[in-house]
Every structure is written in C-alpha cells, then in structure tokens.
Design a protein around this ligand. Structure first.
Ligand SMILES: *Cc1c(COP(=O)(O)O)cnc(C)c1O
Length: 385
C-alpha cells in the first residue's frame, strides 16, 4: 500500500490490518516471528538490512514499532522489554546532575527510579502535585531543567494534565516534555500532537491488552541526538522487545480500537453506578462530569476516557481489602488495560511510603458484560461493609 493511501485510512482500519502487512514472497498477511539471535553477513562481509545481533533489534519488533509510530504520528518509536526499561532508558540518557521535574504521585516504579537516582546524587529532582501546572511552573529552572515528566491520567488518582499547556511550560524553560499516557492509548490521546517531545506507553497494558506480554514503547516527535542515545541505552542493556512478544503485541493491537471502546463504555457505566453508592466515599474517573479534570480529559481523549478508575471505600483499610477478596468476577490482581477486569488495593501493591489513600481500590475495567461487573462490585461492597 502506498504511503498516500495509508495516510487516508482511519486508525481503526490501519490497526485491524497491522498497517496492511503483506509479504510479497508468500502473500502472508500476518508478520512472521524472527527469532534469530545472530545474522550472517553477505559475501562482502557487510551486514544485510542492518541486522547483526538480537540485542540491536529484529524485524518483528520493528513491524510493531511501525504500527505504533503511525498511531502516534511519531518520527520514530522504540519498543522495550517492559515499560520500566523504556522509562529507565530515558532517565539513563540524562547527563549527571540534570534537573528534572516530576509528579509527586505517579506510577510507583517510575517514582522509585527518580528517588533512587536522586538519592545517589545522579539527578536533581523537583516535585509537583500531578496535574497542577502552576506548581509545575513554580519548580522549573529555566535553562537548567532538562526534562519534565507528566503522567496523564495519573496513577492511581487519575488526575489529568493539560499536555499542551505543560509542553509550553517545558519548552519555555528549554526542557523536553515526557508524557506517560498509558491509561489512554494513542487511539485516544496523541501526546506528540499536543506538544510532548517523547510519548511513552506501557504496552503491557492497553496496546497489548491480553495480559500476556510486558512491553514499553517510546515515540519521538522529532529525531534528535538524545533520541539516538536512548536507542543506544536499549542496545547496551539488551532491553529490546523480543520478537515473540512483538508478535503477540501486534496480534493484540489489531483489536485495540474495539477493546478500548468497550472498556470506556463499561467503565463509564461502572463509575456512574458507584458514584453515590452507599459503600463508596468517592469515585475517581475522568469520564464523570464531577471529576476536576473532566473538561481537559474530554478535549484530550475525544471522550474516550478509558477503563481505569479508582474508588475510596467507606470504612477503613480492611473494608477496602475485603472488597477485593469478595469479588468473584474481578481478579484481585495488579496491572491494567487487559480484556479481563482487575481490582487491587493500591497501598498493598505500591508499598509503604508511597502516597496513596489506604481505602483506595484501583479498578481496570475489561470487556466483560457491564451488568456482571456492577453486580459483582455490589455484592462485594455489601459483604465488606
Ligand atoms: C504499568 C505502567 C508502567 C510500567 O510499565 P511495565 O510494562 O509494567 O514495566 C509505567 N507507567 C504506567 C502509567 C503504568 O501503568
């Protein structure tokens, strides 16, 4: 398919057809898995098609990267063996003592990395309350800040960040904006178009969607030296996504649009049901008009708010844990974005020291029947109450 035709197709079509992959030789419409760890050179002792060793990359992973780069409108995308290894490569690329600005509350693994790097005096880290752009602005050091980190919607409270406004703050100070929009994949939020310099997604979550792969992807708006350095970190650490996992990811992405639409629909029904429920103190879901970030989320996702929400259970911490124990349809498991619904007591999972309400339960809504999910929560809340 020519580039021109490809551009005119909607994301739903391009995803379903995996960018219309077609192997000329065989006519296969699904990309093969290339497992080779090494590649033989040609008669002139040159590498063929740039492949030399598995740690560099492989065709299957590059095929998955092309699908994501197209979705993101990116100059380039790089897939890693996990979301955390992708985030760590961005952090590793920074020069010693670089100043970075990060949310106080965010995905706990990334926060842990920043705290660890700061404790070893490798980075200077300033914090801002997630989504609060005045506070972000206040800790910027123009000319010194190298990177601003934003997660939107933000784990586990689902605060929303205005990405275009954050980009302006970062760029005015001469910094790059990094966005983690794992909760709203690029069929909903196109962070690079909103002004982010690097867009990240844990592909373990919505992009793959079947809880059988860990993967992370970075996409860049414009190629730059620092992007090549991030690619170099991946190569040196050997954290490129394996071809078997890339194959599963491509297979998963073919149904991303359908899954995500259904998850958004289900989550909205669950959130509406739980708002005002006698066993529930608060519902955090950007799709609810009562959510403080609702208007920004509506603009940034086109109303595709996704399947992630949190609730504060009435009572104490034990009541909240009991709800997860009494659920019969929701799995009591961490992670998110899969076709099956999950519920977790976030404080238990993120560990002591992480700022999270003790009664907070994080729900990842799947593609099941919404009525079954609501009935399951109702009976669990009643038994726990
Ligand atoms: C899961 C997640 C990550 C980390 O990704 P892994 O694939 O689990 O390593 C980072 N950010 C957010 C928002 C996540 O949900």
């Amino acid at each position: 398919m020519s580039d021109r035709t490809n551009r005119q197709l909607s994301p739903a079509t391009k995803l379903a057809q995996a960018l219309r992959y077609l192997e000329e030789e065989t006519g296969a419409i699904v990309p093969p898995i290339q497992p080779s760890a090494t590649y033989a050179r040609d008669a002139d002792y040159e590498v063929r098609k740039s492949y030399m060793y598995r740690r560099d990359s492989n065709q299957t992973t590059e095929q998955a990267e092309a699908i994501i780069a197209d979705l993101e409108g990116a100059a380039d995308s790089l897939l890693f063996a996990s979301g955390m290894s992708a985030c760590t490569a961005v952090i590793e690329q920074l020069p010693a003592h670089a100043h970075v600005v990060v949310p106080e509350v965010m995905y706990h693994g990334v926060l842990d990395q920043f705290q660890t790097f700061a404790a070893k005096d490798r980075l200077e880290v300033s914090y801002y309350p997630a989504g609060d752009l005045d506070a972000m602005q206040a800790v910027m050091k123009p000319g010194k800040t190298a990177l601003v980190w934003a997660e939107s919607p933000n784990n586990p409270n689902w605060d929303v960040t205005d990405i275009a406004a954050a980009a302006e703050i970062a760029h005015t100070a001469g910094a790059r904006l990094f966005t983690d929009c794992t909760g709203t994949p690029p069929v909903a939020t196109r962070a690079l178009e909103l002004g982010a310099d690097i867009s990240f997604h844990s592909a373990t979550k919505y992009l793959n969607g079947h809880s059988d792969v860990t993967a992370g992807v970075l996409s860049v708006r414009e190629a730059a030296d620092w992007w090549d350095e991030i690619a170099h970190v991946r190569k040196m650490q050997g954290t490129v996504l394996h071809s078997f996992d890339a194959f599963l990811l491509i297979r998963g992405m073919r149904t991303l649009m359908l899954r995500y639409e259904r998850q958004t629909e289900n989550a909205l029904r669950v959130a509406q049901h739980l708002e005002g429920h006698p066993g529930v103190e608060a519902v955090m879901y950007p799709g609810l008009p009562s959510h403080p970030g609702h208007e920004i989320a509506k603009r940034q996702t086109g109303g595709a708010y996704g399947g992630m929400l949190s609730i504060l259970v009435k009572g104490d911490e034990q009541n909240a844990i009991d709800v997860t124990r009494f659920c019969e349809v929701f799995y009591p498991a961490t992670s998110l974005g899969g076709v099956e619904s999950l519920i977790e007591h976030r404080k238990t999972v993120s560990g002591e020291g992480f700022p999270v309400h003790p009664c907070l339960l994080r729900l990842s809504i799947g593609i099941e029947d919404a009525g079954d999910l609501i009935a399951d929560l109702d009976q669990a809340l009643q038994r726990a109450g």
